[in-house]
Design a protein around this ligand. Structure first.
Ligand SMILES: Nc1ncnc2c1ncn2[C@@H]1O[C@H](COP(=O)(O)OP(=O)(O)OP(=O)(O)O)[C@@H](O)[C@H]1O
Length: 227
């Protein structure tokens, strides 16, 4: 059995001075699809932010894709993020450029140089989310579901070891949510490990999987009844 991709031991998650989650002990292994659920304000986003280095881990231990979260140095954060693919509720595409240029921007920022290789990689990831023909469009010319699929493609560019998706379907209608979820499921079947925060219980029932719950300052695994 290989080492877990994510392991937190006796970790505490803070927003400034206020404790959001305490005594967090969890593991995620390669290839898993894991949900993170919990009512609004219970700490899902704070948990995710700690994992991608946006909030410091000052108490307990955390290991994620070969990085130690406790004592993580500012200069290491960009390198940690290259090993993670982060997907947000509000897509966060650059509105002043096309989809292809959005993806090119990320590749250049992460050290890619060869134009042909970059174009090939862009085509490859857009193909994975079924958006190959729309690379010339601007974000505002796409539907919410299409924009989120592009955001997932962007997260895949550097072959991340773990994808962190924070409410990826939060801005989408139920049918579009299912379409985006299908993309995430396909990506997971192809070997990507995914942690997805959501409060969409319909998705949990339709696609049952390991589930962590934030509640009363704790995170614990819940046993899901099959729908
Ligand atoms: N930037 C911030 N500064 C201070 N406190 C914050 C900040 N962001 C969130 N909090 C607080 O931290 C706690 C957890 O919030 P968090 O956003 O992590 O919850 P959540 O489960 O993701 O909620 P939601 O589902 O509404 O996104 C809440 O009490 C919230 O008020």
């Amino acid at each position: 059995m290989s080492n877990p991709i994510l392991k937190l031991k006796n970790a505490a998650i803070y927003q400034g001075d206020s404790l959001v989650l305490s005594n967090v002990n969890i593991e995620i292994n390669k290839g898993e699809f894991v949900y993170l659920i919990g009512k609004t304000g219970t700490g899902k986003s704070s948990f995710m932010k700690t994992l991608y280095g946006d909030l410091p881990l000052n108490e307990g231990e955390g290991h994620i894709v070969d990085y130690k979260l406790n004592g993580l140095k500012e200069k290491d954060i960009p390198f940690l993020r290259r090993k993670l693919g982060v997907v947000f509720q509000d897509f966060k595409l650059l509105i002043d450029r096309t989809i292809n240029d959005n993806l090119l921007f990320v590749l250049k920022a992460t050290g890619w140089k060869d134009k042909e290789k970059m174009n090939a990689r862009i085509e490859e990831v857009l193909n994975k989310v079924d958006m190959k023909t729309k690379g010339f469009k601007f974000p505002h010319e796409l539907s919410g579901g299409e924009q989120q699929r592009v955001a997932i493609a962007r997260a895949l560019l550097n072959n991340p070891e773990l994808i962190l998706a924070d409410e990826p379907t939060g801005n989408l209608d139920p049918q579009t949510s299912v379409e985006v979820m299908e993309v995430l499921q396909d990506i997971n079947k192809n070997g990507n490990t995914i942690l997805m925060a959501t409060h969409d219980y319909a998705l949990l029932l339709k696609y049952p999987s390991k589930t962590l719950k934030c509640d009363e300052n704790q995170v614990y695994e819940v046993v899901q009844r099959k729908g």
